[in-house]
Design a binder for this molecule. Structure first.
Ligand code: ZN
Length: 388
């Protein structure tokens, strides 16, 4: 499949503090439009990358869960480009060869989801699933099912939005359970699941064994959660290696509110690296379902890890694995780093890096319980502040 974003990768080089040129002026204008730069103050050199622009870039990167390094490379540029599209600004439709990408597409996906249609992930890319969901919506409200978001369909979406709140009934129930008893982690019960164990070492590479790292990482997370007043259980000790069904049963039995499984990846290609997270989702025809809370936690974890470490963001993915299907609470499986990657493995070998991973997972859990308006930029939670 062709990468719809390939054009950006070709067009954009990097811009950073001290650079100048038309590209810098464009970045300045985009960030001003998005409110990250004060448009009213006079700028001596609009095409110069100055300290104020550097701060604005870092602020934008943080808000988007990017690495806040102040450098506008292809990924930051792509996000800048996507961010300036507001819902209703342009006609949206499925273009096969080069899908439309932008925040307005993500808003459309969110609205469709709220109304019970399934546009796939809210990834801001207008793909076939969004096309199918939009046509389905149009059929439902008696519009021509042309898969195009024009003024008529936009109006219908806005009208319905006022009468319907929240997502599907099952997602609403999941959200209600999540928020019951307040907006903090304190008093919750969380099960951590270090993958493999005992005779089952999992994958290995560069002198590291998956079962040992997952156990160590789980212990570091457990310590931090304990300090925050969270009741934390591990699914195994160092010797045991329960089945996935047994791990899920354990979490159900102790009444866990959230389940976090820890694994690492390894493949024959040593250049593969990064962090990915999986949540429950199945897309069987007519029986599509997914855990909305699980998906949100997966996204929070990947974003926290990617912004606190330099692991590549390998995104979140729905899976109907037994572990995710049998657990009755929001569950994720996070895979931070490839043991087959010399650079990922070198990082994973250090306690300092494992601490950063543990802090990222705890911050994501904390963030899960916060309503969005109280949230702070990705990468900003510090454990000390949380405990205070
Ligand atoms: Zn594993």
């Amino acid at each position: 499949m062709t990468d719809p974003l390939a054009a950006y990768h070709r067009r954009v080089s990097e811009f950073r503090l001290g650079d100048r040129g038309r590209g810098v002026a464009e970045i300045r204008s985009k960030l001003t439009g998005l409110g990250f730069l004060d448009g009213s103050s006079a700028v001596l050199e609009p095409d110069g990358f100055d300290a104020a622009l550097d701060r604005a870039v870092r602020g934008f990167q943080q808000a988007r869960g990017l690495r806040a390094d102040g450098v506008v490379g292809p990924e930051t540029y792509r996000c800048l480009d996507e961010a300036h599209w507001r819902f209703g600004d342009r006609v949206l439709t499925y273009t096969v060869n080069r899908p439309i990408v932008g925040d307005d597409v993500a808003t459309l996906q969110q609205r469709l989801l709220e109304l019970g249609f399934d546009p796939g992930r809210c990834d801001g890319i207008f793909g076939p699933a969004t096309d199918a969901a939009l046509r389905e919506f149009q059929r439902n409200v008696g519009l021509t099912a042309d898969g195009t978001l024009g003024p008529g369909t936009l109006r219908a979406l806005e009208q319905l939005r006022r009468t319907v709140t929240g997502g599907s009934p099952s997602e609403q129930r999941e959200e209600e359970r999540l928020r019951r008893n307040g907006q903090t982690l304190t008093g919750r019960t969380i099960v951590l699941d270090p993958g493999h164990g005992g005779a089952d070492e999992g994958v290995s590479g560069n002198g590291l064994f998956e079962s040992e790292i997952t156990y160590d990482l789980a212990s570091r997370i457990e310590g931090r959660l304990g300090a925050l007043g969270v009741t934390t259980y591990l699914t195994r000790n160092q010797e045991a290696h329960p089945t996935d069904a047994e791990r899920a049963q354990f979490a159900n039995d102790v009444g866990a509110q959230v389940f976090v499984s820890l694994h690492h990846d390894a493949i024959s290609n040593s250049s593969a690296s990064g962090v990915a997270c999986y949540f429950y989702g199945s897309s069987m025809p007519g029986r599509a379902s997914r855990s909305a809370v699980g998906e949100r936690l997966a996204e929070l974890i990947v974003r926290e890890v990617a912004s606190r470490t330099d692991l590549v963001d390998c995104r979140t993915h729905p899976k109907s694995w037994e572990l995710l299907r049998l657990t009755r609470m929001p569950a994720v499986r996070v895979e931070p780093g490839y043991l087959s990657s010399p650079s990922d493995a070198a990082r994973l070998a250090t306690g300092e890096f494992r601490d950063a991973l543990a802090e990222a997972v705890v911050a994501a859990l904390q963030r899960l319980y916060l309503p969005e308006h109280l949230d702070v930029p990705t990468g900003q939670f510090r454990i000390a502040a949380l405990a205070g």
